[in-house]
Write a protein that binds this ligand. Structure first.
Ligand SMILES: Cc1cc2nc3c(=O)[nH]c(=O)nc-3n(C[C@H](O)[C@H](O)[C@H](O)COP(=O)(O)OP(=O)(O)OC[C@H]3O[C@@H](n4cnc5c(N)ncnc54)[C@H](O)[C@@H]3O)c2cc1C
Length: 409
């Protein structure tokens, strides 16, 4: 029997952040409470400050007008559909560039739904030779000797965030220059990101590696220098591995013959528990539905969130604090620490209602209960073939016109 404990998340933020530190003494990483605050009210203020015209001009630049919405979308403080609708309503087609980026999140998620845990293995055979060395400690510590890469890691570890372009450069460096196993790197990277999301993360790593794209992603010094304003290159004395043209890089990086097979990674077997045998109904609140406006919170049943070690054991402090911030705005949700099965049995629950998720780990936690999964509407109500869900361009070809036409104000 695992012990369970009902938590009393303090409404005062300073107290709350200390409380989370006490409740999760094993949690590592920086306290990011000064740079990020979780919850819907913060999410809305970020949403209202979006500058879509500037975004369209400079989003690829490291200091561009990006939104920092990703953690709020990840934890459901904002839904993707309402964010898309708000941008469309405010900016119309001037917001198209941002709308297309928001759709990437929908695309990766649909790929996750369609493929389940297969997204943690290679979706396709790599198009070039890639290697499988474990991610080295010197990379994890930001000690590569390259000021750009070390600064990216430092930003990741101290803020839980990295700009999209930096994520691409970093992943490419790790996979193609250091010949690291993309899966090992992706697991580590996801665990440090505040917006850590299996679909957006693992599938992006596969996109860079060429196991979910038609070619590997690589870049040269000129590209990095341009979009960083030479910030890291000025005064850099390192032997730069990116300082050449694309042809030379291609020859240098991709000399091996392409592997013919996609590599499969082991998936941890699910816990099996006996059926509940109880009859009470509860709404199970998981970490993709952390908004007081979530429609399931109107149901006349207890609403239960559980910090289950099966999921949260290795989470960094920042993410736990972000979740606690978000939960503190959801007055009618009971918050527990412990084993989900034990908590629900203690509350005599036999039937559960929850928001559907492609995360099979969450589904496994509820496998002993009769569960009704409430679907989350997709961005566009169109059927997508397996082929369309192989490449974003094919997805957008079908979804884009529908979205841009029907969601116009
Ligand atoms: C190697 C790698 C790993 C990544 N891991 C994650 C992850 O774990 N979680 C995550 O949310 N995103 C991930 N991304 C996608 C993207 O980098 C982030 O969503 C984005 O940088 C978040 O910052 P922002 O909110 O300021 O983005 P903005 O540029 O302001 O974009 C607005 C929103 O659109 C969505 N979006 C934009 N670009 C992408 C994209 N390429 N893929 C998916 N959604 C996108 C995000 O929800 C983002 O919040 C990863 C990308 C790469 C290359």
């Amino acid at each position: 029997m695992t012990s369970t404990q009902k938590l009393n998340i303090p409404s005062d933020r300073v107290e709350r952040l200390h409380y989370i530190k006490r409740m999760f003494p094993q949690a590592t990483g920086e306290d990011l409470s000064n740079s990020w605050a979780g919850g819907r009210s913060q999410a809305l203020s970020k949403l209202h400050s979006i500058d879509a015209p500037s975004y369209a001009r400079n989003r690829n630049f490291i200091n561009g007008a990006v939104t920092h919405l990703s953690p709020y979308l990840r934890y459901g403080c904002l839904s993707l559909n309402e964010t898309f609708a708000a941008v469309k309503a405010k900016f119309g087609l001037v917001g198209e560039n941002l709308l297309m980026q928001l759709a990437w999140r929908d695309f990766w998620r649909q790929v996750w739904y369609a493929n389940g845990d297969a997204i943690f293995s290679e979706m396709e055979a790599p198009k070039v030779g890639i290697d499988y060395a474990p991610l080295n400690d010197f990379v994890k510590q930001g000690n590569t000797g390259l000021p750009c890469m070390d600064a990216f890691v430092d930003e990741l570890l101290t803020t839980g965030y990295m700009h999209n372009h930096a994520r691409m450069w970093f992943a490419s460096y790790v996979v193609h220059h250091l010949k690291t196993d993309w899966r090992d790197a992706a697991d580590w990277f996801e665990s440090k990101l505040l917006d850590g999301d299996f679909a957006s993360n693992h599938l992006s790593w596969q996109w860079v590696a060429s196991t979910f794209s038609s070619k590997p992603y690589y870049f040269n010094k000129e590209n990095l220098g341009r979009y960083t304003g030479e910030k890291y290159c000025t005064g850099c004395t390192a032997k730069c591995p990116f300082d050449t043209d694309y042809e030379t890089l291609k020859e240098r990086l991709f000399t091996q013959a392409p592997a013919s097979q996609a590599k499969q990674y082991l998936i941890t077997p699910p816990l099996t528990r006996p059926p509940s045998g109880h009859t009470a109904v509860a709404v199970y609140v998981h970490d993709e539905m952390l908004s007081a406006t979530n429609p399931l919170l109107n149901q006349p049943f207890p609403k239960i969130f559980v910090f289950d070690p099966e999921i949260y054991q290795h989470w960094p402090l920042s993410r736990l604090q972000f979740i606690a911030d978000s939960l503190s705005e959801m007055m009618n949700v009971e918050v527990w620490l412990g084993d989900t099965y034990e908590v629900l049995m203690q509350r005599a629950v036999g039937k559960v209602i929850s928001q559907d998720t492609p995360n099979l780990k969450v589904k496994q936690l509820l496998s002993s209960f009769s569960t009704k999964w409430q679907p989350v509407p997709k961005l566009a109500d169109v059927e997508l073939s397996e082929k369309r869900l192989r490449r974003y361009s094919r997805y957008w070809e079908k979804v884009g016109p529908v979205l841009l036409a029907t969601k116009a104000t």
